[in-house]
Design a protein around this ligand. Structure first.
Ligand code: CMP
Length: 139
């Protein structure tokens, strides 16, 4: 197994509900290290750029509206197998299908407002991390 970095976003629903600390604590207790962290209120352009891969999906407008509805916390997580570990911790995209104890089961209300985002591959983790952080901000 390799030490990897991945991007996590604590989404506007979770920041509104004051779940940032609980989610960060969970990452740390599961052995993932916070290599960088910042609160951001994404503009429409930033949210559209981040989710550009979903631009043709019917839910794209709703997704961008939600992601710009309040601040998010963007986090670079580092650890053994961090990409897959983070995705296990998040649970399924739809909280109704997420396993017990996962972040989405605990904190998400719906598929659209699903509390957290996590990169789905090491390649996308590199791209998504660079979207929010310069190399000099990651330790
Ligand atoms: P995320 O992991 O951030 O990546 C893309 C997001 O699109 C996803 O989480 C969901 O929040 C959102 N999404 C996926 N499917 C739907 C859907 N059917 N309706 C609304 N939002 C969706």
């Amino acid at each position: 197994m390799a030490i990897e970095r991945t991007l996590s976003i604590v989404k506007p629903d979770a920041t509104r509900k004051n779940h940032v600390g609980a989610i960060v604590a969970r990452f740390e207790s599961e052995g993932l290290r916070i290599a960088a962290i910042r609160k951001v209120w994404m503009s429409k352009q930033e949210a559209e750029g981040f989710y550009a891969v979903h631009a043709a999906r019917p839910f794209f407008g709703e997704l961008v509206e939600f992601m710009t509805s309040g601040p998010s916390v963007v986090i670079v997580l580092e650890g053994e197998n961090a990409v897959a570990r983070n995705r296990e911790l998040m649970g399924a995209t739809n909280p109704a299908q997420a396993a017990d104890g996962t972040l989405r089961k605990l904190y998400a209300a719906s598929i659209g407002e699903n509390a957290v985002h996590g990169s789905d591959s090491l390649e996308n983790a590199t791209i998504e991390t660079a979207y929010f952080f310069r190399g000099t901000e990651i330790f």
